[in-house]
Design a protein around this ligand. Structure first.
Ligand code: ATP
Ligand code: MG
Length: 327
């Protein structure tokens, strides 16, 4: 079985974009691959996080994974900060990476915009920590949304450079991007991706949004000037809503387009909102059950960390040896 790895930052409540772009594909992958999955708390702190929020969001992310169908006996599920080899390898890789290639990362530019000099150094170097996350586990496949493709390519470049300099140490990972839903766009602005750290809650549907909140957000979601319900490269807003509709119902986009021929946005949005509510309700019930038992969540994460440390320690010892740090 191939080895796959995926992660999510506990930087806020997870949203439909995370679910469609990352969690759902991961749930499928755990039957086809040996999956490693972690909660990237050290990535989350690249932007300021209140400690009590971070703690809550870590537990929330773990519960979400489990509620969505991740089986912790099969998949190694853990918290990044509990495996120190991630930050250690990140340091070594920072010394292999070059300023120029890291400066080219689009996500840094997106997140740093408007923040001036106050942006953390961690936000800039985060793709290198991500490379370490991937390379520690001999990962072959990294299922990600479109926004992370460039970071996986950096991990490949760093692995190749390291191997050339110090001998074969890392496998070269491949990004795996789903065709539809790889990039769910914001409901308030269809030119930007749906994001946990968006400034307005109107940007996203959180997996915990109550039915009335979902209805309100969908009814006020931006649409394009034309009224036809059809995907079109030049009409990102309706295309996005159709993609979400298809993802939550499992119906092909073409079938939905046919069903709404000659109908208006009002009816379409009403049905979309109900489809999302129907999809989220059972998930939310499972989530609250899991969140009610913090001890059990922590036990699952402890167990995952122990298993992850075994693999990661092995790799970092090898790295120390080949770079000459082992006496
Ligand atoms: P943040 O705004 O804090 O970066 P995020 O919403 O981008 O949060 P991440 O934790 O960075 O979420 O990403 C987790 C996973 O979800 C990644 O695989 C990422 O590619 C995927 N993902 C994030 N946003 C979207 C989206 N809008 N559509 C599809 N996939 C997404
Ligand atoms: Mg992100």
């Amino acid at each position: 079985m191939k080895k796959a790895l995926t992660a999510i930052q506990p930087s806020g409540f997870l949203h439909l974009g995370n679910y469609i772009g990352a969690i759902e594909p991961a749930v499928k992958l755990q039957t086809e691959t040996k999956l490693t999955m972690f909660i990237a708390d050290y990535h989350a702190i690249t932007v300021p996080q209140k400690p009590e929020d971070l703690r809550r969001n870590i537990l929330f992310a773990a519960a979400t994974y489990l509620a969505c169908g991740i089986n912790p006996n099969r998949t190694t599920l853990f918290q990044q900060s509990r495996v120190p080899a991630h930050t250690e390898l990140a340091w070594v890789l920072q010394c292999v990476a070059r300023m120029g290639e890291v400066e080219r990362m689009i996500q840094y530019k997106d997140k740093a915009v408007g923040k001036g000099e106050s942006v953390s150094v961690g936000l800039f170097t985060y793709p290198i920590l991500m490379a370490a996350d991937i390379l520690l586990y001999n990962t072959e496949i990294v299922p990600v949304g479109e926004d992370q493709k460039q970071h996986v390519e950096l991990a490949r470049d760093l692995a190749e450079r390291f191997n050339k300099q110090f001998g074969d140490t890392f496998l070269i990972p491949e990004p795996q991007i789903r065709k539809d839903g790889a990039r769910i766009m914001g409901l308030d602005d269809a030119t930007k991706k749906m994001s946990k750290s968006a400034t307005s809650a109107k940007n996203y549907i959180s997996l915990t949004d109550e039915p009335d909140v979902v209805r309100k957000k969908i009814m006020t979601a931006v649409t394009d000037s034309s009224t036809e319900i059809r995907t079109d490269r030049n009409r990102p807003a309706i295309t996005n809503l159709l993609t979400i509709f298809s993802a939550v119902t499992g119906r092909p986009i073409e079938a939905i387009e046919i069903a709404y021929l000659g109908k208006g946005y009002g009816e379409f949005k009403k049905d979309l909102a109900e489809a999302i509510v129907e999809y989220l309700t059972p998930l939310q019930a499972k989530l609250s059950l899991l969140l009610a038992d913090e001890t059990e969540l922590k036990r699952i994460l402890d167990d995952g960390a122990a298993r992850a440390n075994e693999v990661a320690e092995h790799k970092i010892r090898h790295v120390r040896k080949v770079i000459g740090a082992k006496l």
